[in-house]
Design a protein around this ligand. Sequence first.
Ligand SMILES: Nc1nc2c(c(=O)[nH]1)N[C@H]1C(S)=C(S)[C@@H](COP(=O)(O)O)O[C@H]1N2
Ligand SMILES: [Mo]
Length: 251
Amino acid sequence: MTISRRKLITTGLAAAAGATGLGVMDRLARSYGLIPPDSGGVFGPGETLTYAAQRLLTRHSMAREFSRSQISPKPFPNALAPPTDAFKLLQAGGFRDWQLVVDGLVERPTVFSLADLRSIGVRSQITEVVCEEGWSYVAEWIGTPLSAVLRETGLKPEARFAMYRSYERGWWDSIDLGDAQHPQTFLTMGMNDGDLPVPFGGPLRLRVPRQLGYKSVKFVNHITVADSMKKFGSGQGSPGPDYGYSWYAGI
Ligand SMILES: Nc1nc2c(c(=O)[nH]1)N[C@H]1C(S)=C(S)[C@@H](COP(=O)(O)O)O[C@H]1N2
Ligand SMILES: [Mo]
C-alpha cells in the first residue's frame, strides 16, 4: 500500500468517525479488513479507529529490542492460579509430553512436541513485557517464530486470525495474521538462556511483543486458525473485552 493511500484511509476513517460516524467508517474499514473482533463492544468505534490506524501505519514495525546489558536482573512473574495435578505430572516428565495442537483453517493440522518446535528453528529476542497495570521488564525470549510454524501447517486462503488457548483455564486470546506472522511473534520455550520457568509461562508461551503483556499467554497448547472470531467466547476475539480490556493492545 502506498503512503498516500494510507493517508487517505486514515484521514477518511478519522473524519468519518468524527462526522457522520459509524456508518461510513464501518464501510470503509470493513472493505480494508480493519474491523477488530470487539468492534461491537462498549468502546466499539474507538477500538476500530485504534486498530485500523495501527494496522495501516505500523503493520510491519518492530517492537523495540534491547541489549543484553538491559535485561532486567530479577523480574517477578505475575501471580498465577496454582497448577493442576495434570500439569504437575507433565512438569515431572520434563514436559516431554507437552503438545501444541495447530488446527482450524490450516492445510495440515499438526500436533507438535516442544522438540518438534525446536527442530523448526529457534531464535531469540530481547524485548519487554509491558503489563497494562504499569510495570514492565526486559528479558531474552528464545523460541520458534509462529510464522515458521504456520509455514509448516500451511494456511487456507480464508485464514484471518490465530486463536490461542492456554492449559490454564479461562486464558485464551487471538491475533490477526499480520501479528501471527510478524517476525517477533514467537512460541517461546526459553528465557534468559535457560528453559522458560513455569511462573513465566513455561514450557510454552506465545510472546507478542508488539502488544501489551496480557496478549502473551502462558502455557499455550492449542492454536486454531480462523476466518472470524465470532464463534469463540462472546465473539470479541478474547475474554478481555468482556472486562473492558481491548482485544487489540498494540504498544
Ligand atoms: N496463562 C496466563 N497467561 C498470562 C497471564 C495469566 O495470568 N495466565 N497474565 C497475563 C498478563 S495480564 C501479563 S501482564 C503477563 C505477565 O507476564 P509475566 O508474569 O511474565 O510478568 O502475562 C499474561 N499472560
Ligand atoms: Mo497484565
